[in-house]
Write a protein that binds this ligand. Structure first.
Ligand SMILES: [Zn+2]
Length: 343
């Protein structure tokens, strides 16, 4: 972390704004180790590997999920050998982390590779990035940013970025910050260590569906946004109103993950209850997703792929189709969507 980062923080325990930093180690980029102390309640928070850790009293769900993430052997190579996320393995897979989200065309990003889901969603990331129209100096919070590649892309565009996550995956951010700096914190998204009205943009990708209290997390996001600030939500799991919960979620729960599949009306309702002034739901292109998956499989274009390309060439036709499919998708199978909210 940088010393200036202290200015935007508040103590998550007592909400006090008088924090001080005791630095014990730094490098040419940032403060690497030390302690953040709250002058109001006396609680201290460790700074390690440049990251402030604001977990003092994480709930049972968060603890279980942190343990599950730490146990996960997320990475695997061409031989199928599996690795956990830690400093040594992040260094080993350095080139792949630096190529996120779209990848470098290697097997890691192809069908069956460890970064496949990220690579196949890269078009959604870049389309959202375009929508954001970031301005120099915009303050951006990337909630649940995992490895930190999204924060890296925002920082490269001149934004002042904070990445927040519950997991040690955030250690991978060390690969990015030397090129484009951003701050990183460990924290619960329901109770963030930030003062009110700080950020121009909050970006969430595949993170809010881990919350059991969707309204509370939307409320907390609204609190840290500036008036007029925007929230972008993508890649969240959801189900149709008449669709049964996928048994996969039971399996995830047993492994310690707290993923939940809300319906689209539940998403919109949570955002509305939190008091957002404007809420826009976009059901994203099915053709884009299909093309991304097929290209990634290296298959020869068949009839359906030709049809998907045809739709992309005739935007009016795709828009008409998306319009016709809107309610069937909300009721039966939403697939990918994006919610943008304004404070
Ligand atoms: Zn305090």
């Amino acid at each position: 972390m940088k010393r200036e980062f202290l200015d935007i923080l508040r103590c998550p325990v007592c909400k006090g704004k008088e924090l001080r930093l005791e630095e014990t180690g730094s490098d040419d980029v940032e403060i690497r180790t030390g302690k953040i102390l709250c002058s109001v309640c006396g609680v201290s928070y460790a700074v390690d590997s440049g990251m402030a850790d604001f977990f003092k009293d994480s709930g049972v769900d968060v603890k279980r999920e942190q343990e599950a993430v730490d146990r996960e052997e997320y990475l695997w190579d061409a031989e199928g050998e599996r690795y956990r996320i830690n400093k040594a393995n992040i260094e080993k897979f350095r080139e792949q982390f630096l190529a996120l989200p779209e990848g470098d065309g290697s097997h890691f990003f192809k069908r069956g590779g460890c970064f496949q889901p990220i690579a196949e969603g890269a078009h959604r990331f870049y389309s959202t990035l375009e929508h954001m129209q970031l301005k120099d100096g915009d303050k951006v919070l990337a909630l649940g940013d995992g490895f930190g590649y999204a924060s890296y892309k925002f920082a490269q565009r001149g934004s002042m970025v904070v990445a927040l996550d519950i997991s040690s995956y955030l250690l991978a951010s060390d690969l990015y910050i030397k090129d484009a700096y951003f701050d990183r914190v460990f924290s619960d998204m329901h109770d963030m260590p930030f003062k009110d009205a700080l950020f121009d943009i909050v970006y969430c990708s595949a993170v809010l569906h881990h919350s059991k209290e969707l309204e509370k997390v939307f409320f907390e996001i609204r609190r840290v946004l500036k008036p007029g600030g925007r929230l972008f939500v993508i890649n969240e799991s959801s189900r149709g109103v008449f669709e049964r919960v996928n048994p996969l979620f039971e399996d995830l729960k047993k492994r310690g993950y707290s993923d939940t599949a809300y319906t689209i009306p539940e998403w919109v309702k949570a955002a509305r209850s939190a008091g957002f002034k404007g809420i826009r739901l976009e059901l994203l292109s099915i053709a884009d997703d299909y093309i991304a998956r097929q290209i990634n499989k290296n298959v020869r274009p068949g009839g359906t792929l030709h049809l998907a390309y045809f739709l992309k060439r005739h935007q009016w036709l795709e828009r008409a189709l998306l319009f016709l499919l809107k309610y069937p998708r909300i009721l039966f199978r939403p697939k990918s969507w994006r919610i943008v909210c304004w404070k």
